[in-house]
Ligand binder design. Structure first.
Ligand SMILES: [Zn+2]
Length: 137
């Protein structure tokens, strides 16, 4: 809400910067600027989501290829060279022996700071989806 404070102090349209007149809580000079501003925000949010999903799918492809090759562990640095981004996961939990278990959709693995290991695919049983949690409440 910092922009609101700035808006009152500056008295300018958030979209075009034109000086505002009228109500003190006014943020835009008109409907066109208001719509343009909000449409840009929506496009930006959708672009960020798409980028993250693309990178997760790239991670999934890399991990799938490992499994196809019969490989269940690798150095994170080596995977990063192929485009793997270890910061992006679709799930996390304390797994066997309280080790950190990560998920990339249907694939799971354990991870140390330098490598992943015990990569395996799981069927739909296991971690419940958020929507399943909601149904049970
Ligand atoms: Zn404007």
């Amino acid at each position: 809400m910092a922009y609101k404070t700035n808006m009152v102090e500056l008295g300018c349209c958030l979209e075009c910067g034109k000086k505002l007149y009228g109500r003190t809580d006014k943020k835009f000079c008109g409907k066109t600027c208001k719509n343009n501003y909000h449409n840009k925000e929506i496009r930006q949010r959708n672009r960020i989501r798409s980028e993250i999903i693309s990178r997760l799918l790239c991670n999934h492809d890399i991990l799938c290829n490992m499994l196809k090759l019969g490989c269940d562990s690798a150095q994170i640095e080596e995977l990063a060279g192929m485009g793997f981004d270890h910061r992006l996961v679709t799930g996390y939990r304390k797994g066997l022996y309280q080790k950190d278990e990560y998920a990339c959709f249907d694939l799971r693995y354990y991870r140390t700071p330098t490598r992943i290991y015990r990569l395996h695919r799981v069927e739909s049983a296991g971690w419940r989806l958020q929507s399943e949690d909601c149904k049970n409440q």
